[in-house]
Design a protein around this ligand. Structure first.
Ligand code: FE
Length: 133
């Protein structure tokens, strides 16, 4: 198993580095409103990195149009690069997805995605930074 270096910053450091919305989503587990983020409708090729720590998380090759208003992927770049947690907030049971390197909240994963994984990683644009190819 790959050992991943952890990134840890103080609240003040994250606030300084991130916009208010990026901070709210990634450090306070917020959710951007559907169809408002910069990547839900993006078809550019490239690698989506964590907006907090720069870790490569998702590839445009696994991105698909889920019609839900958030960028959606069938898989992360590597299984070890995201952590999953049970989330019982808002009267639902969902699986939260976080960046394994810095703990940033990214979004949720649902079992209703297309082949080959059948998964839909529903991710906030505000937690991502696309590095175009
Ligand atoms: Fe990160």
């Amino acid at each position: 198993m790959t050992k991943i270096a952890k990134v840890s910053k103080s609240d003040a450091e994250w606030r300084q580095q991130l916009t208010d919305q990026q901070y709210h989503v990634t450090r306070e587990k917020g959710t951007e409103r559907a169809f408002t983020g910069k990547y839900w409708n993006c078809r550019d090729d490239g690698i989506y990195r964590c907006v907090c720590c720069g870790e490569p998380l998702f590839s445009s090759a696994t991105k698909f149009d889920a019609g839900c208003g958030w960028p959606s992927f069938t898989a992360p770049l590597a299984e070890s690069i995201v952590d999953e947690h049970e989330d019982r907030s808002h009267f639902m049971v969902r699986t939260e997805v976080t960046c394994s390197k810095c703990g940033a909240h990214l979004g949720h994963v649902f079992p209703d995605g297309p082949a080959p994984t059948g998964l839909r990683y529903c991710i906030n644009s505000a937690s991502l930074n696309l590095e175009k190819e």
